[in-house]
Design a protein around this ligand. Structure first.
Ligand code: SF4
Length: 224
């Protein structure tokens, strides 16, 4: 029997698998609807998240909340988490061994929530989930198949804020990506046609990406 998200979060709250346990205020596991169709993965908690114990509560979180509102969703409708559950000192980038240590928590989270659509915010989440070295600028704007669900990479809201905000080209792209998220979510929620045939479902969102390499040997993904 699978564990509940509450049980997993309780176990993670005392995690010491990596060095970030020494400098964190608290583990920031995730927030939102544990039965959500849409799940967001950011990078790591920042200053405010570390203090409050909730992901995306600072300025970047406000932008994420605003973008959700523009596609008719609230934070309570989705699940929000990160690649890392503890704040890296000074908000430095996650290190490879920290990602390796922490992502089993992420994988277990996804296996419980079972979202239809996963949105990766920024390079770290995108590279981990899609097992790619391509940067977010080339990955965004497309929908990728991943273990029976859809993945949509887009810019991390913090990168938008640090890169010119609403006047930036990335902000326009972010809007486009959220429109793609809405369309993909609506299409994924449609009942599939019966085995006898029938009309085609909604057209696949534009820009369907290249086939993903299988993560052969990653036993955790069997949880999906
Ligand atoms: S970052 Fe992840 S692996 Fe490292 S101590 Fe925190 S919860 Fe554990």
């Amino acid at each position: 029997m699978s564990r509940t998200l509450v049980a997993v979060a309780a176990e993670a709250s005392t995690c010491t698998r990596c060095r970030l346990a020494e400098s964190r205020t608290q583990v920031v596991f995730g927030v939102g609807n544990s039965d959500a169709d849409l799940l967001f993965i950011g990078e790591a908690p920042g200053f405010h998240e570390d203090k409050q114990g909730e992901p995306f509560v600072g300025a970047a979180g406000q932008l994420l909340t605003r973008m959700l509102g523009e596609i008719g969703l609230g934070r309570e409708d989705v699940y929000i988490t990160n690649v890392l559950r503890c704040r890296p000192p000074g908000n430095r980038d996650p290190l490879p061994d920290e990602i390796e240590s922490c992502t089993p928590w992420l994988i277990e989270t996804i296996s419980i929530v079972q979202p239809l659509v996963v949105v990766t915010l920024g390079n770290f989440a995108t590279k981990f989930v899609l097992n790619t070295q391509r940067g977010i600028t080339s990955m965004r704007g497309s929908v990728y198949g991943w273990h029976g669900r859809k993945v949509i990479p887009t810019f991390h809201p913090a990168a938008i804020l640090h890169g010119g905000g609403e006047r930036s080209r990335q902000f326009v792209d972010l809007h486009d990506d959220f429109a793609l998220i809405r369309a993909t979510l609506d299409a994924a929620a449609q009942p599939s046609p019966g085995p006898a045939g029938g009309s085609e479902g909604p057209a696949a969102p534009s820009g369907t990406g290249p086939p993903l390499p299988e993560r052969v040997g990653d036993e955790q993904l069997e949880l999906f």
